[in-house]
Design a protein around this ligand. Structure first.
Ligand SMILES: O=C(O)CCC(=O)C(=O)O
Ligand SMILES: [Fe+2]
Length: 406
């Protein structure tokens, strides 16, 4: 519309312009289009998907891995040549090469690891434009790469992730995401079990909370059916009009970051009795003081396709929190698990459950084993609500201990 609206010089142009301005705020911006391309690249990358499959709308693993199909969608949405070209352009821009031209797509294929296909396209290109030195150089380069390893398999593996900032934990994170949720069972660790919890609170006597203990150190538990369908729907509906792109703490400021892609909104307990009753349940279960200012408001988060939160500590983002509740307000078709990188497990999205962990030791120090992430959403969308409870205000509820590991 932007480039189209101007040249239109007809008696209707004023009408068209007004119509456009009326809907402009609801239309995707350039950032959204670029974000969609990045989301596809992120999914390909984190879940090691076959590029060919992705283009056809199938979520297959790249060759050489033992789990061929990760997810079978009910309907195939394939990418058009134009979509692929757009993704290629964004991929080139991201890798720091500013120059854009017809080679973009070939180059992006090369970067995605498909050397043999890049070679055949480059040869074809050279056939039409034999004087193109750059393409000639690329042909030599691809031939060399494939020549060193005739079936190309190793070169392709090596080149799969050329431009992602290397994090030490990257491989572990991706492995945990790729399992789509894998937590230890009682068979593997006999000290893990399921139980009904009341915490001695009169509120929970008639309806104890179902706890699945996932790990003792750090303490992580999944409380099943912690919210009802109605509560989940109410919370989503209340938050929807207020959703804004999520931010992260950066020094004193808050800013958008590629490593956290979602939308979020804060809900005060005064907006609806559903939030008051949720707060009461948290207080009953934990025995903690969650009145303001000892806890933050409820943060409702929506992750779309490819939405994610890369490995991080909640205690390092400027909020001094002692524990975290993540309420899962939706199910998700595939992906979106919460991965605990050092603790080496991932918890799938279980609708209406609450994932809970202590991220500080009793002495107030951050527990470094709580490094965690929200894996990218592969299909569907994911709604969660976070409740962060502060360390201060809990001096009598969760007193210090002499053991630094507690
Ligand atoms: O969405 C998730 O699974 C985790 C969210 C999270 O870690 C956070 O919001 O701090
Ligand atoms: Fe977090």
């Amino acid at each position: 519309w932007k480039s189209w609206g101007h040249p239109v010089r007809s008696s209707n142009s004023g009408f068209l312009k007004n119509g456009y301005q009326g809907v402009e705020k609801d239309l995707p911006e350039f950032e959204d289009l670029e974000g969609a391309a990045r989301a596809v690249m992120r999914l390909q990358d984190v879940y090691a998907l076959s590029v060919k499959g992705l283009v056809r709308g199938v979520f297959q693993r790249a060759s050489g891995t033992h789990l061929p199909t990760l997810y079978s969608p009910g309907h195939l949405f394939s990418l058009s040549a134009d979509d692929c070209f757009h993704i290629g352009k964004v991929s080139r821009r991201r890798s720091g090469h500013q120059k854009r031209n017809d080679l973009t797509f070939v180059l992006s294929l090369f970067q995605a690891g498909n050397v043999s296909y890049a070679l055949s396209l480059s040869r074809e290109f050279l056939h039409y434009d034999p004087s193109n030195k750059r393409v000639a150089r690329n042909v030599l380069k691809y031939e060399k790469l494939l020549g060193e390893n005739p079936d190309g398999a190793e070169a392709e593996m090596m080149l799969q992730r050329p431009n992602v900032t290397h994090l030490e934990t990257r491989d572990l994170y991706e492995e945990l995401c790729q399992t789509l949720g894998s937590r230890p069972t009682q068979y593997q660790s006999p000290d893990l079990h399921c139980s009904y919890e009341t915490n001695g609170s009169p509120f929970l006597i008639l309806q104890p909370i179902k706890r699945e203990l996932i790990q003792w150190q750090p303490y992580v538990a999944l409380f099943h059916d912690f919210v009802s369908d109605l509560e989940a729907e109410t919370i989503k509906k209340l938050a929807a009009p207020w959703l804004q792109r999520s931010v992260v703490a950066s020094g004193e400021k808050q800013q958008k970051a590629d490593y956290r892609i979602s939308k979020s909104a804060w809900l005060k307990e005064t907006v609806d009795p559903a939030i008051v009753s949720l707060d009461r349940r948290i207080a009953a279960l934990t025995g903690l003081n969650i009145r303001s200012p000892y806890a933050e408001f409820l943060q409702v988060v929506n992750y779309g396709l490819g939405g994610h939160y890369e490995p991080h500590f909640d205690h390092a983002t400027g909020r001094p929190t002692s524990l975290v509740f993540v309420f899962q307000l939706s199910s998700v078709e595939a992906g979106g698990s919460t991965a605990f990188i050092y603790a080496n497990f991932s918890v799938p999205v279980v609708k209406n459950a609450a994932l809970f962990w202590w991220n500080l030791h009793r002495n107030g120090e951050g527990n470094d084993n709580t490094l965690h992430a929200g894996c990218p959403v592969l299909a569907g969308d994911k709604w969660v609500a976070n409740k962060w409870i502060h360390e201060y205000g809990q001096e009598f509820q969760r007193p210090c201990s002499s053991d630094p590991n507690d």
